[in-house]
Design a protein around this ligand. Structure first.
Ligand code: DP6
Length: 326
């Protein structure tokens, strides 16, 4: 019997951000979040279990993964093996289809694809909710990449109540994201370390948690009702407040670079001229612009003047996870 499966997952960008954990082991978040899955960036992962004990092998884009990243994958696979009650070793082969130098985090699509491929390879029949719970334990944002389009990850109060689910929205067919690559280099503070430091030391963090939950409700309503303007305003606010909490950490840290500020300013100027665009930023210097498909050409022209055309990537809503036996 072949224990071999393949899954493809797309990455997502949060419009209402997840920042901070209540439980580092189970990856339970302090607050819920809402995201858009993107079509342009995805991970395809194949997992084969061999019915014998031994070390797992993990290959990413045809290169063996470094020891600490491979250990993280193995720890995650232990959770899947435990669900099935086996101790078989795994061979993992993964391809990240993120344009070279995009500087975009791939842990969301990576752990969503790994969760789906590994559980399918072992014949576990997980529902989408169970898959979201499993992927969450690899990387929080991966819980949302099980679904296409908009997804809401509810914080929950324990392992079984913290999962993502899809949201239908009239915005789906007309929304686009323009990624402005400011710097593709590896980030100096990982989101995991950044969250931990913010939770433990930032006096602004409790305010973030209070506000984030309340705004998430408003964001959900804007998305479901198709209120683009409110959705954009809330997305910008969520990013700014998340980054404010980091500025107040000890030691403080900041992901923004001068190019990030320039891109944000361009977005504000275009908006003042009547264009529909809002920005968001994650744990890195790149700026993601939330806009309408019809506005893309204007935005690209305005941004190409400062960052260059090659630094711009366009994305539209992407599909949910696809999994198959090999
Ligand atoms: C700023 O999901 O990468 O992108 O759970 O520690 O793996 P871990 O963190 P991760 O954090 C994402 C943080 C963010 C906001 C978001 O995607 O909601």
């Amino acid at each position: 019997m072949a224990h071999h499966a393949r899954a493809k997952a797309h990455t997502n960008i949060a419009l209402s951000k997840y920042w901070g954990k209540r439980d580092n082991d189970l990856i339970l978040p302090m607050n819920g979040s809402l995201s858009l899955t993107l079509d342009a960036f995805h991970t395809t992962t194949e997992v084969r279990f061999v019915e014998e004990r031994g070390a797992d092998t993990v290959v990413l884009n045809d290169q063996p993964l470094d020891a600490s990243a491979a250990a993280k994958v193995s720890r995650f696979l232990d959770r899947v093996r435990e669900l099935k009650g086996v101790d078989w070793r795994a061979e993992v082969r993964s391809y990240n289809e993120v344009p070279t130098g995009a500087g975009l985090a791939s842990s969301a699509s990576a752990f969503a694809a790994l969760a789906a491929a590994a559980s399918q390879a072992l014949g576990l029949k997980l529902s989408e909710r169970e898959l979201s719970i499993l992927a969450r334990k690899g990387s929080g944002s991966a819980s949302r990449s099980i679904f296409g389009g908009f997804a809401l990850w509810q914080a929950g109060h324990d392992d079984q109540s913290s999962y993502a689910y899809p949201l239908q929205s009239p915005l789906h067919d007309d929304i686009a994201m323009l990624v402005v690559v400011i710097n593709a280099a590896h980030k100096p503070v990982s989101s995991r370390e950044g969250m931990r430091r913010t939770v433990e030391t930032s006096p602004y963090y409790p305010a973030w948690v209070d506000d984030a939950e309340q705004r998430l409700g408003e964001m959900k309503q804007a998305v479901v009702e198709g209120d683009f303007t409110r959705m954009g305003e809330l997305a910008e606010m969520s990013a700014m407040r998340m980054h404010a909490s980091m500025l107040a950490a000890e030691p403080p840290f900041c992901y923004w670079e001068s190019g990030s500020l320039q891109a944000m300013q361009t977005v504000r100027e275009l908006r003042a001229q009547g264009h529909q665009c809002y920005f968001t930023m994650d744990a890195g210097p790149n700026v993601k612009i939330i806009t309408r498909t019809s506005e893309l050409a204007v935005l690209k022209r305005a941004l190409a003047a400062t960052v260059g055309e090659q630094a711009l990537l366009t994305a539209r809503p992407g599909p949910g996870i696809v999994v198959e036996n090999c």
